[in-house]
Design a protein around this ligand. Structure first.
Ligand code: UDP
Ligand code: MG
Length: 331
């Protein structure tokens, strides 16, 4: 049998001081169980990515890293958002492990699904998506908006796995190809399917947060959906063109109607109709301009090629992969 794969669990953390001390031991327990079951190497790690937290999150992470060698952490120089935090962690991990699993630190995603994910990897899958089978613990409102989110995304041409967030196993093979995607506007769950390779899904039930509050209220979810759509597809532009054509046709009919009625001498002080048309068209034009402007803005950001994450601190020293393997051989 070949060497057992090294697993790195990548966990983004933003202001999670209330949660971390409860959830970290659960991750450790899981990784130890997987090591014991001889599915993964004992050089596996739990990598916390502090996303510029304003509370004690980083202190807790450094404390944890002193307690057990499996815990390590990196810190972003400032808050950059969940997607960038996950990306930073994955890029940190990719040359030091064989597989990564990204998961939130709040205990909402079922840790026990990791066994099935690793099994799927051992069976030859390079990407394993964690899919929520039930959302019974979410409020009806969160469930509805979250499921609407996936439907709108797919309708708008950003293909995403239904009810999959960012709980997934990705092999280092995939990550090395993924590293060639240099875009600044990242939407991980829509990008990994583009990389290809054999993939599958495992299903799990979504739990309640251990403590603390969601960082994704409706406003941020809409922003994420909009961001995802405009990062992944240009369908909205096609919609605008189609919509513009229909409105234009209606406008043409309106003009004919206006000319004919005025020629017939039946003109009245058509204030209301003019105001309606002006308002309607004004609104549509602003909306369209806004969406197109969104794309222009994104192009602008992409041309800058700014770094997508900046790591300011590490609890570990980046070692070369072959040293780790040497250690394993010596034992
Ligand atoms: N998170 C982050 N940076 C942010 C916001 C959130 O790293 O700017 C992390 C957060 O600590 C958590 C995960 O992303 O581990 C998901 O956030 P949250 O649980 O608030 O979202 P929800 O599960 O409610 O969608
Ligand atoms: Mg959560």
């Amino acid at each position: 049998m070949g060497a057992k794969p090294i697993l790195w669990i990548v966990i983004p953390c933003y202001n999670e001081e209330e949660v971390l001390n409860t959830s970290a031991p659960l991750f450790l327990e899981k990784i130890n169980a997987l090591i014991k079951a001889e599915k993964i190497s004992k050089n596996s790690r739990i990598l916390f990515v502090n996303d510029g937290s304003k509370d004690k999150t980083w202190d807790i992470i450094t404390e944890l890293s002193g307690k057990d060698e499996h815990y390590i952490g990196i810190s972003q120089s400032r808050n950059r958002g969940h997607q960038n935090a996950v990306l930073a962690g994955l890029m940190e991990a990719k040359d030091n492990c064989d597989i990564t699993i990204s998961i939130d630190c709040d205990g909402q995603d079922d840790i026990n699904a990791m066994d099935a994910m690793v099994d799927e990897y051992l069976n030859g899958c390079e990407i394993v998506y964690g899919v929520r089978s039930k959302r019974s613990t979410d409020t009806a409102f969160k469930r509805m908006t979250a499921e609407g989110f996936y439907k709108v995304m797919n309708l708008m041409g950003a293909e995403v796995v239904f009810n999959h967030a960012d709980y997934r196993l990705v092999s280092s093979l995939v990550l090395n190809h993924f590293a060639d995607y240099h875009e600044v506007n990242i939407f991980l769950r829509g990008m990994f399917p583009l990389v290809g390779f054999k993939s599958t899904s495992v299903y799990y039930e979504r739990h309640e947060r251990i403590a603390g509050e969601s960082h994704y209220p409706l406003r941020k979810m809409i922003a994420l959906a909009y961001d995802g759509i405009t990062s992944m597809s240009v369908k909205p532009i096609n919609f605008i063109t189609g919509f513009g054509a229909v409105v234009g046709l209606m406008g043409f009919i309106g003009v004919l109607w206006a000319v004919i009625t005025s020629l017939a001498g039946n003109t009245v002080a058509g204030w209301a109709s003019i105001v309606c048309i002006v308002c309607f068209l004004g609104g549509i034009q602003l909306l369209s301009l806004g969406i197109i402007g969104g794309y222009v803005g994104k192009t602008y950001m992409e041309t800058k090629q700014r770094p997508r994450y900046i790591i300011s601190h590490r609890t570990w020293e980046k070692t070369e992969r072959h040293y780790i393997e040497e250690d394993e051989k010596n034992e």
